[in-house]
Unconditional design. Structure first.
Length: 119
């Protein structure tokens, strides 16, 4: 069976990394492969909160009339509904829709299990 390597971006930390693999066959012949990559995890503190403040804060910020959505704990149980609302353009109400990059950040945050910040 082929080997698999799973790397956690939280264990690696942010930034550039190189994964190097060296295989040595029984006859001593070696094969080497390298893969360079950037480790990045979308977090509430660095990525999602600024979108929430900028795009949602007018109606959903602290003290606003609509459902409060200014903390990550308020977003987590509603993330699927929030994503649907921004994808369909229902939100933000009366404002320009979120950019594709902003929606991608929300999707990435959800896919990363909605971390608050880097450990």
């Amino acid at each position: 069976a082929p080997w698999r390597v799973a790397l956690s971006p939280f264990d690696l930390g942010r930034g550039a990394h190189t994964l190097a693999v060296v295989v040595t066959w029984d006859d001593g012949v070696q094969a080497r492969a390298e893969a360079r990559f950037q480790s990045q995890v979308t977090t509430w503190a660095e990525d999602v909160h600024p979108i929430a403040v900028r795009q949602c804060g007018m109606c959903h910020g602290q003290g606003a009339a609509a459902r409060p959505l200014y903390q990550s704990d308020q977003w987590r149980p509603l993330i699927d509904r929030i994503l649907d609302a921004v994808r369909t353009g229902r939100m933000p109400l009366g404002r320009a829709p979120l950019t594709a990059a902003e929606v991608e950040l929300l999707d990435a945050w959800r896919a990363a299990d909605m971390p608050e910040e880097w450990p």
